[in-house]
Design a protein around this ligand. Structure first.
Ligand SMILES: *[C@@H]1O[C@H](CO)[C@@H](O)[C@H](O)[C@H]1NC(C)=O
Ligand SMILES: *[C@@H]1O[C@H](CO)[C@@H](O)[C@H](O)[C@H]1NC(C)=O
Length: 391
């Protein structure tokens, strides 16, 4: 039921073409929070469309208070207004358990699977446009929420897999599409690329699964349950004809220029490390993500623990380069579910390690070897609505 709802909402937000940033974060007054946190919590819940049952209130209010107090202190604020995102009612531990879950299979490449892994980087000679934003081309699927109904499913890897696959399929068909994470959670369990459902996984594995399986179902046909379930072969057999892939490819690691070249051709999945900056991730409301630990190359020492989809890049008027990235923590997090991090930071692994193992699905006909490189599908003005996606 909820899965169906998710898709309907997804389609609505697609229809508004991402231009509508009207849904804002809850904004609260710090004095009011200090004098009457319960009232602020109630207003926050109403703003985010959450109904908190009386028995949950006792558990959730102290968590909310602790998160918001932590955010006030982290930002060094004394008074005035502060934005609070939609994740303020879960603890840091719950956040870790329910929102992360990328397991890096560093051995994976050594296993010798992956159809295109020996091919050289295809975009080495692509001139870099000033800015890219794939949302303006109508190919980026809906922002989703891996944390539905408070259940803990560490399947960001499945959302990164569908996230990037939705874009590649839409570039091929010209139609936006929402694809099934649940199928990956339930069915991507065998083969050398196997993943671990709600216990974590890797988008390379997800993409290999879709390739070998002959496609992936839509979100509507195989809805998200936010838990490990039995693979439903009947549903699995209903893949739309076009939702097939032809393999996985890496973008050269440790190279933000190469990543930008790939992103100029199509969205790219990346793994990031959130661990060292967990509260910043938990509480992020927008803007270019600050990386507090600038002494640590890439900003964290932790392993890669989250997977997301880079959908563009740009430079601010002040000259700061950033990546534009799609997350799977609902539209109540970040900038309508998207976030920005600093680009060209001078550290080989880039901010949050995002240049460690970028990769993308290959689909024949979309930037395949037979195709000319598709510099026709964007222009240098981010925000252009011109969409020449299908030749
Ligand atoms: C990064 O990639 C670019 C373009 O793909 C290439 O020209 C350059 O040599 C690479 N840099 C490093 C350090 O490998
Ligand atoms: C979420 O909760 C609603 C209402 O209880 C239920 O109908 C739906 O199936 C649940 N969805 C998920 C993904 O757990």
């Amino acid at each position: 039921m909820k899965g169906a709802l998710l898709v309907v909402l997804g389609c609505l937000s697609l229809a508004s073409a991402y231009g509508d940033i009207a849904a804002k974060h809850f904004e609260m007054d710090i004095h009011q929070f200090e004098s009457d946190p319960a009232a602020v919590f109630a207003a926050w819940a109403a703003h985010n469309g959450k109904t908190v049952a009386a028995q949950d209130l006792q558990a959730r209010l102290p968590i909310f208070v602790s998160n918001v107090a932590g955010q006030i202190s982290r930002l060094g604020l004394k008074e005035g207004a502060m934005e609070v995102n939609g994740l303020a009612d879960i603890s840091r531990e719950e956040f870790k358990q329910t929102h992360l879950g990328h397991v890096s299979k560093s051995l994976f490449t050594e296993l010798g699977v992956g159809k295109h892994r020996k091919e050289p980087f295809r975009y080495e000679n692509v001139p870099l446009p000033r800015a890219v934003d794939w949302r303006s081309k109508g190919i980026v699927g809906p922002v989703k929420n891996q944390h539905v109904n408070g259940s803990a499913c560490g399947c960001c890897w499945a959302f990164a897999t569908t996230g990037v696959t939705e874009c590649i399929v839409a570039m091929y068909t010209g139609q936006p599409i929402a694809l099934s994470e649940q199928q990956l959670i339930d069915c991507d369990r065998a083969g050398p690329w196997y993943d671990l459902g709600c216990d974590g996984g890797d988008f390379q594995g997800g993409i290999e699964y879709i390739t070998e399986n002959g496609g992936i179902d839509t979100e509507a046909d195989y809805p998200y349950l936010a838990e490990d379930a039995k693979c439903e072969f009947k549903k699995e057999g209903k893949s739309p004809r076009d939702a097939t892939l032809d393999g996985f490819m890496h973008v050269p690691a440790r190279n933000e220029t190469a990543l930008a070249q790939a992103v100029s051709q199509h969205p790219v999945a990346v793994a990031v490390c959130c661990g060292d900056n967990i509260d910043n991730w938990h509480q992020y409301t927008g803007g270019i993500f600050e990386i507090p630990n600038t002494d640590i190359p890439g900003g964290c020492t932790d392993p890669l623990d989250h997977a997301v989809v880079v959908v563009g890049y740009d430079t601010t008027e002040e000259g700061q380069d950033y990546w534009l990235i799609k997350n799977s923590w609902s539209t109540t997090w970040g900038e309508q579910g998207f976030f920005k991090v600093r680009r060209n930071v001078g550290a080989p692994l880039a901010a949050f390690g995002l240049a460690t193992q970028p990769g993308y699905p290959v689909k024949k006909g979309v930037n395949s070897k037979a195709d000319p490189i598709r510099t026709d599908i964007w222009d240098s003005q981010a925000g252009s609505t011109q969409a020449v996606l299908v030749s």
